[in-house]
Write a protein that binds this ligand. Structure first.
Ligand SMILES: Cc1ncc(COP(=O)(O)O)c(C=O)c1O
Length: 543
């Protein structure tokens, strides 16, 4: 069997085109598996197979018989006869002026693919955390910037970029991160990655290759990130999270590295207490600082990056997924020099250089700051409306000082389930805390329950309704203070089921601490203490 590319390059138009070269330039590339010695039969069956297997989809325009014959090195008549035969059999259609195309599929056709599975139902309203308002993406400004940089880019920029990413973007980020996040960043130590998920995978591989075995993770966090690290061979050790953030001292002596969200714990929302920050900075192992929404701080000055305290130990990670859009797949790492080579090697095939160039210009021209400030204002207003609406129901959310989500804690998990289910019946997608918990109960079993309410995601016009549906769901499953309670039997039953539904903090009337979580700023006792500084096998992992 020989494989043949029937190829028709889309080259610049030649000044003088012969009929043959015109045939070569027109149409599409077509890959055919030609078998046997009989050209006509082989071509017929190759085309039939390609249509049957779906490689040639209905409506696909085939090359002209002249062009295909030229590519295959066969007589034009042979191709024309094959096309006629397949038209007669119903595989192809031919119309004067529009050439030969693949015919629409018949339902009964042997080999026709089973009907595509329906897409997972998209909820009407969505208050799940993690995604910003995509309708607020600055399309015009981004497009104008992309145009500008592409028009001006020298040809060599279209070649393979530096494996760390384009120098222009690394320089722009170094300035921006120093100015806005207090990160100590030399452009030479920045590595561009395709979002945090990509960066984490590369860092995990680099650490694993250097001998690391165990990664301490916050007991509440992103399941996808835990999966990524585990897939690279790292064992995970959950760290409890209390009112001061992750309990650094609970990391076992086996832990070689630690993944933290110090500025705004995801999803509980607490800021890592200064004492814990110092502990993390002095811990000795590698700390991966996921600064996923550091730009979105509302109530006071943004909390600076942990990396500033220990640039030799902390890998700082940022992303454009919250500030711009996740689909850009643009993220960045500031890597301690001793880990730079290993991490770079793992992440060498980063995002498109054109996107990198656009982001670089977007940052240096001030477009990025403008977008962040605009978005911050919009999200802050949403957060205030959410807190006020739930406040009217006697509920108090926590973790409100930053980001695009808050937490409404309950005292029982059945309440959490009831609220998620009721919201879903109201056409509203929302997640419970359970979804974020690492492998069951963390050490010390905190038994937290509640909703993680992402207020960033809905487009502006849908936010009011999303909020109303959330309030309605909560009113249905919660005892409403002063409301008409008990008139319906099932309502009474629900109240019994979710008897302890009100968040403990709201019952106690505690004010919404900036990022406070249930422990209300009081440190929780920790069950495990480090008996020695964690470390990698000394010979293999640079510190
Ligand atoms: C905790 C956390 N870190 C990082 C990210 C960003 O990930 P990425 O840059 O891969 O889109 C998210 C997005 O939801 C997140 O929730």
């Amino acid at each position: 069997m020989s494989e043949t590319w029937a190829k028709e390059a889309h080259r610049a138009r030649p000044t003088r085109t012969t009929r043959a070269s015109r045939a070569e330039l027109a149409g599409v590339d077509l890959h055919l598996d030609l078998s046997g010695t009989r050209v006509r039969a082989g071509l017929e069956s190759a085309l039939r197979d390609a249509v049957r297997a779906g490689r040639l989809r209905p409506g696909t325009r085939l090359p002209s018989s002249r062009a295909l014959a030229a590519d295959l090195g066969v007589a034009r008549n042979t191709v024309a006869e094959v096309y006629s035969q397949l038209v007669a059999e119903g595989w192809l259609t031919a119309q004067t002026g529009s050439g030969t195309t693949v015919a629409p599929r018949r339902a009964t056709e042997p080999g026709a693919r089973a009907a595509a599975r329906p897409e997972a139902a998209v909820p009407g309203y969505d208050l799940r955390a993690g995604v910003p308002d995509l309708s607020a993406f600055p399309r015009r400004a981004w497009l104008a910037t992309a145009r500008k940089v592409l028009a001006a880019a020298p040809d060599h920029l279209l070649g393979y970029p530096d494996p760390r990413g384009l120098p222009q973007l690394r320089a722009a980020l170094a300035d921006y991160l120093a100015r806005a996040r207090g990160v100590r960043a030399d452009p030479a130590h920045i590595v561009i990655c395709a979002g945090f998920a990509h960066g984490l995978a590369g860092v995990s591989r680099a650490l694993r290759a250097a001998g690391a075995r165990t990664l301490a993770v916050e007991a509440y966090g992103h399941q996808a990130h835990r999966d990524i690290a585990a897939r690279q061979g790292l064992r995970l050790q959950p760290l409890p999270v209390d009112g001061m953030g992750a309990v650094i001292g609970a990391a076992s002596t086996e832990a070689d590295a630690m993944l933290l969200t110090p500025a705004h714990q995801f999803p509980l929302g607490v800021t890592l207490h200064p004492r814990r920050r110092r502990e993390a900075a002095g811990w000795g192992g590698v700390v991966i600082e996921d600064d996923y929404d550091g730009e979105f701080r509302y109530d006071r000055q943004p909390v600076g990056a942990l990396q500033t305290l220990a640039p030799g130990h902390v890998i700082y990670a940022g992303t454009a997924s919250k500030s711009l859009a996740p689909s850009l797949r643009l993220g960045w790492l500031v890597v301690p020099p001793r880990l730079l080579e290993a991490v770079t090697a793992e992440l060498a095939a980063g995002p498109s250089a054109l996107d990198q160039l656009t982001l670089a210009e977007f940052i240096t021209s001030g477009g990025y700051d403008r977008q962040v400030r605009r978005a911050r204002l919009a999200y802050r207003r949403r957060r205030d409306r959410l807190a006020a609406a739930l406040g009217r129901q006697g509920l108090q959310v926590t973790g409100i000082a930053a980001g695009m989500h808050v937490v409404l804690e309950f005292s029982r998990t059945d309440a959490e389930h009831a609220a998620v289910t009721r919201a879903s019946r109201n056409g509203l997608a929302i997640d419970g805390l359970e979804r974020y918990r690492a492998g069951g109960e963390p050490p010390g079993g905190d038994g937290r329950a509640g909703l993680v309410i992402g207020y960033g995601r809905p487009p502006e016009h849908a936010y009011t309704t999303a909020l109303a549906r959330l309030c309605a769901a909560l009113a249905d499953v919660l005892p409403v203070p002063g409301g008409d309670q008990g008139t319906r039997v099932e309502r009474r039953g629900e109240r019994e089921l979710i008897g302890g539904l009100m968040s403990r903090s709201s019952r106690r009337g505690r004010p919404p601490a900036g990022g406070g979580c249930r422990a209300g700023g009081r440190p929780r006792r920790t069950c495990a203490r480090r008996s020695r500084r964690p470390g990698f096998p000394a010979a293999r992992v640079p510190r």
